[in-house]
Design a protein around this ligand. Structure first.
Ligand SMILES: *[C@@H]1O[C@H](CO)[C@@H](O)[C@H](O)[C@H]1NC(C)=O
Ligand SMILES: *[C@@H]1O[C@H](CO)[C@@H](O)[C@H](O)[C@H]1NC(C)=O
Ligand SMILES: *[C@@H]1O[C@H](CO)[C@@H](O)[C@H](O)[C@H]1NC(C)=O
Length: 265
């Protein structure tokens, strides 16, 4: 075997090990705005030995969230965190909480059991257009991204058959619908681009994260046309560059409201 193939083999082992070999490693999927619970599978009773630490990316500083069963109040997200009676970590309304969480057990200052690692992936849907740019006849791009620790999402994509889809209200995958341009960059981002039609009022497009054909989480985006009043366009009205003037007409305005639909994985 050549040196090159040895390197390749080593690369494969490194790539695969987080998803196969290590015990006590789990992947949790959530959508933005959802409450999520991260289980501590190695917890000792009472939780007084439980410490939860968090790292957003390998280049980030690791922070202690819970120390020996007591929540640290000085972290940015402290008010959204709580420790469950089974020592699990509850996160209220996830935002950019993706990353690596490790549950550790310390007895008399010594680590007593193997760490339990939990990777939290958060699905986030957004629009490239601002509300005033969105109207019937305009193009809109919806961006669906699964935020993860480093490239763990990308690895799940390649190894664990994770897939992102855009579906309509009847659950039909829009990939083959010519009205939509769907593009996936392979980095856990999938975008949907379409020209808005009048009948898109109250239409909801949903992004799904599926793994091994099971829906892990989803997030949706819906278009709402404001109930139209009769147009009262004055023939003498002239175009001005005033920003308030461009915001004043009420007709034909479209509001895009993100709604989040969550499923427990
Ligand atoms: C999140 O938890 C809060 C407090 O327990 C609850 O009021 C809220 O309904 C939950 N939200 C969701 C989306 O489940
Ligand atoms: C965090 O705040 C709570 C309530 O304000 C307090 O009871 C607790 O002792 C504080 N914990 C730490 C570690 O300072
Ligand atoms: C969903 O998409 C399919 C295929 O493009 C279409 O036939 C169906 O009418 C759509 N359903 C809705 C509610 O838009």
């Amino acid at each position: 075997m050549s040196v090159k193939s040895h390197i390749c083999l080593l690369g494969l082992i490194i790539l695969c090990s987080p998803f196969t070999g290590v015990t006590g490693e789990t992947h949790v999927f959530s959508s933005s705005g959802e409450n999520v619970t991260l289980a501590c599978i190695n917890a000792l009773s009472g939780c007084t030995s439980t410490t939860w630490i968090y790292t957003k990316h390998s280049s980030s500083v690791t922070v202690e969230l819970i120390m020996l069963g007591i929540k640290k109040n000085d972290t940015e997200r402290a008010e959204r965190l709580s420790l469950g009676s089974d020592c699990s970590l509850n996160i209220y309304k996830t935002t950019e909480d993706h990353g690596q969480y490790i549950c550790q057990q310390y007895v008399n200052g010594q680590k007593s059991v193997t760490d339990a690692q939990v990777y939290l992936h958060v699905l986030h849907v957004s629009s490239s257009s601002t509300q005033t740019e969105i109207r019937s006849g305009s193009s809109v791009t919806l961006i669906c991204q699964l935020l993860s620790y480093d490239n763990t999402c990308d690895s799940l994509l390649r190894i664990e058959d994770l897939q992102l889809f855009w579906v309509n209200q009847t659950g039909v995958n829009l990939l083959t619908d010519s009205r939509y341009q769907i593009s996936a960059s392979g980095l856990c981002i999938i975008t949907l681009t379409t020209i808005l039609l009048n009948e898109d009022s109250n239409t909801e497009w949903r992004c799904l994260a599926k793994m091994k054909n099971e829906i892990k989480t989803s997030a949706s985006y819906s278009v709402k046309f404001k109930a139209s009043t009769k147009p009262t366009i004055k023939p003498t009205s002239k175009i001005t560059s005033s920003p308030t003037a461009s915001l004043s007409p009420k007709q034909g305005k479209v509001f895009i409201c993100p709604t989040f639909v969550c499923s427990v994985s």
